[in-house]
Design a protein around this ligand. Structure first.
Ligand code: SF4
Length: 454
């Protein structure tokens, strides 16, 4: 299914599309207010970009330094080349510890590796403890946003889900009541868990420690109570020094949700007494992306979600229409690296307005990379046949000025006499549904110029 076809399912509900658009724009505006209050914002972005560039250029050195220091702290470090290895490592740690109940805080990496279905198939009970993630886990849906995984659902939807799965009264949709219900429901799982899994926002080579940023405290509660803590990180999460951390924590929460900082910014260095601490470091295609000069900057991403909140296409098409773990503009750059054919329509799901690049706290040239993917997809003939033929035809017309002028004249005449019901036919021309066409001009610009320029 192309992105446009998948988006059709979302936009079929006009009210939801409007509400989704407004909800994300609200977050974007919160972000803007925070950013305008930091005079050195652009310097911070530049610094973050340079630190990430440096870390990516010396990835082997910093990852090994991180491993040495983490091991010296008593942490067990594992390396996974791909998703399968990652999942098997996590399962083997759980089996070694006879652990059958796992609580998880938010980790897009484990979504990317499809860890939950793998563990469940192998007899492990997996409970997502981030509120949004738990909601969508109950209805077996993937996240639709990397920071707000259930942003596509209204509180009434959550009320219905809790009514069905947690036994709340029908029609109860008060957010405080629903949150308290989730709290009570999750508490028993926290207490019963014999292992906890967290993501990693930043791993510091210099200290061997890592940082997990959350707003709900669920990661902290899980990993504090359970005897085994497994932290999973992509190789790109590394930063060289502790002094670099503040640059990123200042950028992350402001960009993501318009907060000064996340409610919890938890630092982990060594296992607490009687606990095991494991870190699984995962490649899963990142090295390949690093080897593509045009796209390596995408690995600077700190997963703040700001490019999604600002993107006019994402806001109106919903995260599920991307059919990839990371949706939105950054997902549209990362996904063709994984499967060019399957995700070939995603780089086209953009107006190339550049708003994503403007808000990105680590200065990724997102819209430039989207355009580059389009060129590659065109060269490799990986786009749908209709689009390919359309582009080919258009290229022929644009390369022949006389033909272009003739077709322009014909189009102006046809448009002027076309009945409204035909020009605004939802099936033939969905583009026009929410738009009014201007009056077709009597002459082309070139004709007008030839007459008036003298
Ligand atoms: S690409 Fe930039 S804006 Fe988008 S999620 Fe990553 S860091 Fe945030």
């Amino acid at each position: 299914m192309t992105h446009a076809q998948a988006a059709d399912r979302f936009t079929a509900n006009f009210d939801r599309t409007t509400w989704h658009d407004q909800a994300l724009w609200f977050v974007r505006q919160k972000r803007d207010r925070m950013v305008y209050a930091v005079p050195e914002w652009e310097e911070l972005r530049e610094l973050a970009s340079q630190i990430k560039n440096h870390a990516l250029s010396n990835l082997d050195t910093y990852l090994e330094e991180f491993e040495r220091n983490a091991q010296a702290n008593g942490v067990k470090v594992h390396w996974a080349a791909n998703a399968q290895e990652h999942n098997e490592i996590v399962l083997s740690i759980l089996r070694e510890n006879n652990a059958r109940h796992l609580v998880k805080s938010k980790s897009m990496l484990t979504e990317e590796c499809h860890l939950n279905p793998f563990l469940i198939k192998n007899g492990v009970e997996v409970i997502d403890t981030d509120l949004g993630e738990r909601i969508i886990q109950l209805i077996d849906e993937p996240p639709s946003h990397i920071v707000m995984p259930a942003i596509h659902l209204k509180k009434e939807d959550v009320g219905d889900i809790f009514n069905k799965y947690l036994g709340t009264p029908a029609g109860a949709s008060d957010p405080q009541f629903l949150t308290e219900t989730a709290r009570q429901h999750l508490r028993s799982h926290f207490v019963a868990a014999d292992a906890a899994l967290s993501g990693v926002n930043f791993a510091i080579a210099e200290t061997g420690g890592f940082v997990v940023c959350t707003n709900e405290g669920n990661a902290d509660l899980g990993v504090t109570l359970a005897p085994v803590h497994i932290a999973c990180m992509g190789i790109e999460k590394i930063i060289p020094k502790l002094e670099h951390l503040g640059v990123f924590t200042r950028l992350l929460a402001r960009s993501a949700t318009g907060q000064y900082s996340t409610a919890y910014t938890s630092h982990f260095h060594k296992p607490k007494s009687g606990q095991q601490l494991h870190i699984v470091i995962v490649d899963n295609g990142r090295i390949e992306q690093l080897g593509r000069p045009d796209f390596r900057a995408s690995l600077k991403c700190i997963r703040c979600g700001a490019c999604m909140n600002t993107c006019p296409v994402y806001r109106r098409s919903g995260g599920h229409s991307y059919d990839y773990t990371v949706p939105g503009p950054i997902g549209s750059i990362l996904s063709p690296n994984v499967d060019l054919k399957k995700h070939s329509t995603l780089p086209f799901a953009s107006t190339l307005c550049g708003s994503c690049s403007d808000v990105c706290p680590v200065k990724i040239d997102i819209h430039v990379q989207l355009y580059k993917w389009r060129q590659i997809i065109g060269e490799q003939k990986a786009m749908p046949a209709a689009k390919r033929l359309g582009m080919k035809g258009l290229a022929k017309v644009l390369a022949r000025p006389k033909l272009y002028a003739r077709l322009g004249r014909a189009a102006r005449r046809v448009l002027a006499s076309m009945p409204y019901s035909l020009s605004h036919n939802g099936t033939l021309n969905p583009w026009a549904i929410a738009r009014e066409l201007p009056e077709p001009p009597k002459q082309s610009f070139r004709e007008w110029y030839a007459t008036n320029a003298k």
